[in-house]
Design a binder for this molecule. Structure first.
Ligand code: DGP
Length: 113
């Protein structure tokens, strides 16, 4: 697994606006927000992308989603938010450390661009 900027954020080697942390995951504000609220939720385990997660990661993946729910509630987002995962370059992934985007605070169109 190659090192990414997110590994450095996990190790606190570079700063980030952290909104939640536990043993398994870290959530911080996206440096290039695409909505008034834009938080990234990442596993501390460096899985490059969803396609490379394994059955062993089942509990971890569930943890990320449930934490996204909790973080959304703690930020007062109500039920108006979007969770997105970009998998692979052609789908818009630029940082190859699995992350959930939690976006809120504006209308979202469907399908996404
Ligand atoms: P994606 O395109 O799905 O791989 O999303 C990567 C996101 O990561 C993108 O929205 C910008 C964000 N990002 C990249 N580098 C940094 C950083 O150093 N700090 C923070 N907070 N966010 C970053």
């Amino acid at each position: 697994m190659s090192e990414t900027i997110f590994s450095k954020i996990i190790r606190k080697e570079i700063p980030a606006d952290i909104v939640y942390e536990d043993d398994l995951c870290l959530a911080f504000k996206d440096v290039n927000p695409q909505a008034p609220t834009h938080v990234l939720i990442i596993p501390k385990k460096p899985i490059p992308k969803l396609a490379e997660a394994t059955d062993e990661d089942q509990a971890l993946l569930g943890h990320l989603l449930l934490k996204a729910r909790e973080i959304a509630a703690s930020l007062g987002l109500g039920d108006a938010y979007r969770i997105a995962i970009n998998n692979g370059e052609q789908a818009g992934q630029t940082v190859f450390h699995l992350h959930l985007h939690l976006l809120a605070g504006r209308p979202f169109s469907w399908p996404p661009g």
